[in-house]
Design a protein around this ligand. Structure first.
Ligand SMILES: NC(=O)C1=CN([C@@H]2O[C@H](COP(=O)(O)OP(=O)(O)OC[C@H]3O[C@@H](n4cnc5c(N)ncnc54)[C@H](O)[C@@H]3O)[C@@H](O)[C@H]2O)C=CC1
Ligand SMILES: O=C(O)C(=O)COP(=O)(O)O
Length: 410
């Protein structure tokens, strides 16, 4: 790796934003003095992503772009990646950490948008509106109360009682629903909600809604067996990740009339952008609401996400602060007026800090402030020092065994 001998000029720092990230992000970056910003409306094909990522210092993505170890292998200049969304499953966080690339996200900015969509879908499906609407568009007139129900008094089963699941729990109770939830962790129930096992939840909920992250434990967690275990006439909603529900048995259950309906926002394979065709066995089923992964796509959520993640990238670029990073030790740092700041990312093995301090002492370099945080894999040391010594110190720091990456800021 070629080491910088000076802090990189802001005019040379390049940002690549993909997947139609809200313009609020560009505004934050520009206001912070960054001008080299390319913002594209879609995800990129793999080869183009590898080519473009090689030339940028920061990348912003949403849920579609896969930042794999192979992609990171091309990211020679990349300092940080921002997920302008909640999920970070699309990023190989360990590979990023190994290369000293910090990853950030927006853990709460679209929570409410997802919860509101789920409530809306539950009401529409309980009334059979998607099918009645589709029929009316074809000239049909399905005026009937059969299989149309109020949401009041129904039981909502929430799988994954995190930020979205709990928000939903509160909204659902306000509408008079009973809420039960399943989570791998014991959670404090809000209101009158109660925690139950997955089998009980499936067997007794009128509406089952999924709000788990994409992990090995959630992969295909709702398949043929779980769908068969749901109450006859129940509704399934998935706005979590496309790998959580097996689509074929779901399509069969809907066609067979075992389920009243379903609302699916996320799919095992999703189009890269709005110009690509969406393919799914669920197409053509009138009592299934199909949405193009827009659970978090509201103007409010996207504008807030743009601000939140861009601010995290700016703070990291300007000061080295890693507050709320999802793969780096968290260091919240004051500004460093009049001083130069060295950033040192290293493997978390014994002796690195003492070696760093020995170097400073042997070379009589005065440290004005030092911050260290570690996680199980890496350590992150930030050192403020006099301008005159930073170039020499950086050179020495880069030679410390276990060093992953160094940077200087001033
Ligand atoms: N459709 C969309 O546009 C959006 C989708 N999402 C998806 O929703 C997911 C959930 O978001 P948040 O509620 O903010 O996440 P969160 O991290 O606050 O909550 C997730 C909950 O799931 C639980 N969980 C994990 N594995 C589980 C398992 N195997 N069984 C049961 N529970 C399990 C966790 O303990 C946690 O309580 C995100 O990871 C993301 O993938 C998020 C925002 C928008
Ligand atoms: O926030 C999330 O995890 C989402 O799934 C939303 O993804 P998006 O930014 O709409 O591609």
């Amino acid at each position: 790796m070629t080491l910088p001998t000076t802090s990189l000029d802001k005019a040379k720092i390049k940002f690549l934003l993909l997947e139609g990230i809200h313009p609020s992000a560009v505004e934050v970056l520009r206001a912070a003095g960054y001008s080299q910003i390319e913002s594209l409306p879609s995800a990129l094909p793999d080869e183009e992503l590898k080519r473009k990522i090689a030339d940028v210092h920061f990348i912003g993505i949403r849920s579609r772009t896969q930042l794999t170890a192979e992609v990171f292998a091309h990211a020679h200049k990349l300092v940080a990646a921002g997920c302008f969304c909640i999920g970070t499953n699309q990023v190989d966080l360990a590979a990023a950490r190994e290369r000293g690339i910090a990853v950030f996200n927006a853990p709460y900015s679209n929570t409410r948008s997802v919860a509101e969509l789920v409530i809306a879908e539950a009401i529409l499906l309980l009334r059979g509106i998607p099918a009645k609407n589709a029929a009316a568009h074809r000239g049909g007139w399905l005026k009937t109360a059969e299989n149309a129900y109020e949401i009041r008094g129904k039981t909502l089963g929430v799988v994954g009682y995190g930020a979205i699941g709990t928000q939903l729990s509160v909204l659902a109770e306000a509408l008079g629903m009973h809420v039960q939830f399943h989570d791998i962790v014991s959670k404090l129930p809000l209101g009158n909600a109660r925690q139950v096992g997955l089998a009980e939840l499936l067997a007794t909920s009128d509406i089952v809604t999924l709000h788990v992250p994409e992990t090995p434990s959630t992969q295909w967690m709702v398949g043929a067996e779980q769908i068969a275990a749901m109450k006859p006439g129940a509704i399934l909603i998935n706005a979590s990740r496309g790998t959580v529900v097996e689509i074929d048995p779901l399509a069969e259950a809907v066609k067979a009339g075992r389920l009243l309906g379903a609302a699916i926002d996320v799919f095992p394979v999703e189009p890269r952008g709005n110009k690509d065709e969406f393919q799914s066995p669920l197409r053509g089923l009138d009592n299934v609401i199909l949405t193009p992964h827009i659970g978090g796509s509201t103007m409010e959520a996207q504008a807030n996400i743009g601000l939140e993640v861009a601010e995290k990238l700016v703070r990291y670029s300007d000061t080295g602060a890693t507050t709320s990073s999802v793969n780096f030790p968290e260091v919240s740092l004051p500004s460093h007026p009049g001083k130069h700041r060295l950033l040192h990312v290293h493997h978390n093995v014994p002796g690195v800090l003492s070696e760093i301090n020995r170097i400073f002492s042997d070379n009589q370099i005065n440290i004005s402030a030092q911050y260290l945080q570690t996680n199980e894999k890496i350590g992150y040391v930030v050192i403020d020092l006099d301008a005159g010594s930073s170039e020499r110190a950086l050179e020495k720091l880069a030679q410390v065994a276990g060093t992953i990456r160094t940077r200087v800021l001033f």
